[in-house]
Design a protein around this ligand. Structure first.
Ligand code: GLY
Ligand code: MN
Ligand code: MN
Length: 446
């Protein structure tokens, strides 16, 4: 991990870049400043309880601290950003503590306030300012001249899709707790534990609370692996163990990791060979990635490999070319190859082509693809090929004119395994992709 001084240095370089985006927004809007509200936690209906607080990611982009409920940032693109840190006097709850000694503290001017209403008195000339945050009613009541303008959000979203070195470091650090969790989860699977027990082993080893995870852990035994976002966590272990798919991440300064592994109970089984093949595809495609190439090209390449796998493992008795052309691989690999990763696990900007917000739509054949960007240095992405036996997607093929080419007996046998996904996190560098997950794993095993 970087020393405090180096981290401070990286953070100031990060802020220099962000200030440029602020100036771009202000100049294009003829405005003076931007106020970003961190947000407040959601209160359940007819209750005095709230959901865990989830901070406005734009706030977090500038101020790398997630426990800042109801705080505000003021940015004019020239002066030090100003943090209005809300620290209520509250003996019922643990009020947010202002991080005044952190590596980023000196990069801000500080106002610490105790009464939420006070913010109004610091917002001078609100009609010349832009508000970014969830509570648009609050923004209106405070008299802001612009509220969540799409043009400004486009600039920020596009900027967020190319990570600074400071951000890449946090995304790298987020690999470690996740990999520790994955290691413990694998042991728990081998010991015959239930999904819930495996999940708890993951939390314990990763040192993360459930509320700190970037998404709900997917801990799927046997056929559950065919449910792409399975989050049930069954209490009891199944009577027989065939397979285990775990898709689980962690956060570091609220930057996410998103890692998936699949295991076969019997390492000599054909299912284990399938896992090896999918893993191999992941590594192969990562090696091929280059600046300037559109992500769709790699997604399409992956389908061609999946088509070959369907042929080679005798699931479909057509040539790999026919399997691909007929779209059969889409029934077995129904999600995208991956997505941008950052402060949000499915990070913003996957379809954007420029800071003006021009969007590309996914092709009809691949509606779930979340990234249509030309690769650029600084992009952080997941690569997550998957191969599943999903009844709902196979049924139409059964009754189709090509139904006779499928090896339905074998497919039925393999349904007990659910499916396979192998997911790593990469950063695009000028010379190609760097695998952050693998790099962290090598460090852990050294
Ligand atoms: N964990 C959700 C995903 O892989 O996209
Ligand atoms: Mn995932
Ligand atoms: Mn993912």
């Amino acid at each position: 991990m970087l020393k405090q001084n180096d981290l401070s240095q990286r953070f100031s370089e990060h802020l220099v870049q962000l200030q440029q985006h602020v100036r771009q927004i202000l100049e294009s809007h003829f405005l003076q400043g931007i106020w970003i509200h961190a947000g407040v936690s959601y209160r359940y209906f007819q209750d005095d309880l709230t959901a865990p607080f989830k901070i406005n990611p734009h706030f977090n982009y500038f101020f790398p601290y997630a426990k800042a409920e109801n705080s505000w940032l003021y940015l004019d693109g020239v002066n030090k950003p100003k943090i209005y840190f809300y620290a209520p006097q509250d003996y019922w709850h643990c009020a947010p503590t202002p991080p005044t000694e952190a590596f980023f503290s000196e990069a801000f001017d500080w106002v610490i306030f105790h009464d939420a209403q006070d913010i109004a008195k610091w917002i001078e000339n609100p009609t010349a300012c832009l508000f970014i945050g969830e509570d648009e009613e609050l923004a209106k009541s405070l008299g802001f001249g612009a509220i969540n303008s799409q043009k400004a959000l486009n600039i920020l979203h596009f900027a967020r899709s190319i990570k600074t070195e400071f951000e890449i470091e946090q995304l790298y650090q987020a690999q470690f707790p996740a990999l520790n969790g994955h290691h413990a989860a694998k042991q728990a699977f081998l010991e015959g534990r239930s999904e819930r027990e495996i999940h708890l082993a993951y939390l314990q080893a990763s040192g993360q609370l459930e509320s700190e995870l970037p998404y709900g852990n997917i801990v799927a035994l046997n056929a559950h692996a065919a449910i792409l976002h399975y989050t049930e966590l069954e209490l009891f272990a199944p009577s027989s163990r065939h397979s285990f798919l775990i898709d689980a991440g962690a956060t570091h300064l609220n930057y996410a990791s998103d890692i998936t592994r699949t295991y076969a109970a019997d390492p000599q089984s054909e299912f284990a060979a399938l896992i090896k093949a999918v893993d191999g595809f992941k590594h192969e495609i990562i090696q091929q990635m280059h600046v300037g190439v559109n992500y769709l090209q790699y997604h399409t390449q992956m389908h061609q490999w999946m088509a070959k796998l369907l042929h080679d493992f005798d699931f479909v008795r057509l040539s790999p070319e026919q399997i691909f052309e007929e779209g059969i691989s889409r029934a077995f690999f129904p999600h995208g190859l991956g997505h941008l990763l950052g402060l949000q696990v499915h990070d913003v900007g996957g379809f954007m082509q420029n800071a003006r917000g021009t969007q590309k739509r996914p092709p009809e054949a691949y509606p779930s693809l979340r990234c249509l960007r030309d690769l650029q240095p600084g992009m952080v992405l997941t690569i997550e090929p998957g191969f599943y036996f999903i009844e709902m997607l196979l049924a139409p093929w059964k009754s189709s004119h090509l139904g006779y080419t499928f090896n339905w007996h074998k497919i039925a046998d393999f349904s007990a395994y659910g499916g396979i996904r192998s997911e790593d996190n990469i950063v695009i560098r000028p010379e190609g992709a760097e695998n952050l997950t693998e790099k962290a794993l090598i460090t852990l095993n050294a």
